[in-house]
Design a protein around this ligand. Structure first.
Ligand code: FAD
Length: 414
């Protein structure tokens, strides 16, 4: 029996690929229901082969410092004297350079690209209704400085084979006929897709349950039993679960869980918010990122979701009204005919992204244990990368050839 701890997008996709290979799998999830779990439901649902640059990129630290005292800013690190945070920040600063982009960019692109194709396979094979569309992604900008940056990125992307068009405001308006934009222009990447992540989670869970995979909700793992270098049981509030292999896929909570086993994976929670407008009178066709404000807007079926902010502020999930207002104001600045009263009574959602310091997830076996595997740290790309992360870890567990650089993904790399 393979026990997966965590029933978010990463845990469920790992269960899916292992089950498809005929493995006996069970999932342990501390939330009462699939809908209430971690970070995988209310996010922006973007599947992003175009995102080949990690969060740790040149310029992000100076930008972060500029935003430090702005209560509505999209990126914020709450200063705290905490050993894990300081170590993470040091690793983050060490990775925020062009060398890191060159090291991980190609892998990130190939992982995201393969993941998008796997989404198309899963959706078709299991007949999932998840509002999946492949309309690409639009990066919209207002300033000359960001225009230059985005156009430069589009050229770098083309070297990796990622196609895009650089659009004038008039050309954006031709594609997006409902909204009037206040922009200098945009870059339209053709490779990207989007879906309703909440629907995907619910339907994947239903598929797995029907297929005979046990998903134990309301069960919290708080430790392990082992003999020598081998884990034998997962210890929970509902008793011991015998396990031949264990996968920790518990999102941002994976750090403390694996620390119980002497495995240290630098990981911080990156809090973000979303607001879902039900049936707005105007609708986008193509998901967009409002570059200067780092806000994502995604059409999801009849609804429109606004998402943003990255607050590295511990495990706190309270809503910061200033940052929420920052998202609303930001959208209003780019979309001239966006009405503030569409978001007035919308209940905000919040989630903690599991953020690694170098922008790469942790996918692999832990060297000090014979049967412990990790799948987490996907930060802003956990939905996008969920299927390929499940497939890669399945191959690692079953000792099959892996088509990606496993050293870059190793949980032991720091
Ligand atoms: C505002 C926002 C917008 C985003 N937009 C996008 C996007 O457009 N595209 C994209 O790719 N990504 C996006 N993301 C990131 C994405 O949501 C995450 O990377 C992804 O959901 C992480 O999935 P996960 O399965 O690792 O973690 P989670 O979804 O958090 O799942 C972990 C699960 O483990 C469970 N758990 C924890 N501890 C235990 C325990 N001890 N025992 C049992 N169970 C436990 C939790 O209850 C939880 O359900 C966004 C995130 C935010 C916040």
């Amino acid at each position: 029996m393979i026990t997966i701890i965590g029933g978010g997008a990463i845990g469920l996709c790992t269960a899916y690929f292992l089950h498809k290979e005929g493995q006996e799998v069970q999932v342990i999830e501390s939330s009462r229901s699939n809908e209430a779990s971690g970070c995988s439901h209310g996010n922006a649902g973007m599947i992003v082969p175009s995102h080949f640059t990690p969060l740790a990129a040149p310029g992000v630290i100076s930008q972060g410092l500029k935003w430090l005292f702005n209560s509505k800013s999209p990126f914020y690190i709450k200063p705290r004297l905490n050993k894990d945070l300081l170590h993470w920040m040091w690793l983050f600063a060490r990775s925020a350079n062009q060398k890191n982009i060159l090291r991980v960019g190609d892998q990130l692109f190939r992982l995201n690209h393969a993941s998008r194709n796997l989404y198309e396979d899963i959706i078709k094979e299991e007949d999932l209704k998840v509002a999946y569309q492949r309309q690409g992604l639009m990066m919209l900008y207002q300033t000359e400085h960001v225009e230059a940056e985005e156009q430069h990125l589009a050229i770098e992307a083309s070297i990796l084979g990622i196609k895009s068009d650089i659009l004038s405001p008039q050309e954006v308006a031709k594609l997006e006929t409902d909204f009037e934009f206040n922009i200098r222009g945009g870059v339209h990447y053709h490779s990207d897709a989007h879906l309703d992540p909440g629907s995907f989670m619910v339907q994947l869970k239903d598929y797995l349950l029907k297929a005979g995979v046990d998903i134990h909700y309301d069960v919290q793992c708080h430790g392990f039993k082992s003999t020598g270098n081998k884990l034998t049981h997962v210890n929970t509030n509902k008793g011991l679960f015998e396990s031949q292999k264990v996968v920790v896929a518990a999102g941002v909570w994976s750090r403390t869980l694996s620390e119980n086993l002497g495995v240290h994976i630098p990981l911080q929670g990156g809090k973000g918010y979303s607001l879902t407008i039900k049936k707005p009178p105007l609708q986008l066709k193509i998901p967009s990122i409002l570059c200067e404000r780092k806000i994502a807007i995604t059409p999801m079926g009849e609804n429109l979701r606004l998402a943003g902010t990255m607050e590295i502020a511990g495990m706190d999930r309270t809503i910061n009204e200033h940052r929420l207002q920052g998202i609303k104001d930001g959208v209003n600045q780019y979309l001239k005919n966006f009405e503030m009263d569409w978001v007035e009574n919308v209940t905000p959602w919040t989630g903690l992204r599991p953020v690694s310091p170098d922008g790469m997830p942790y996918i692999g076996k832990c060297k000090d244990w014979d049967n412990l595997f990790i799948n987490t740290g996907h930060a802003m790309m956990g939905v996008s990368l969920a299927p390929i992360s499940g497939e890669v870890l399945k191959d690692i567990i079953l000792k099959k050839p892996v088509k990606f650089n496993t050293e870059i993904l190793s949980p032991d790399r720091f």
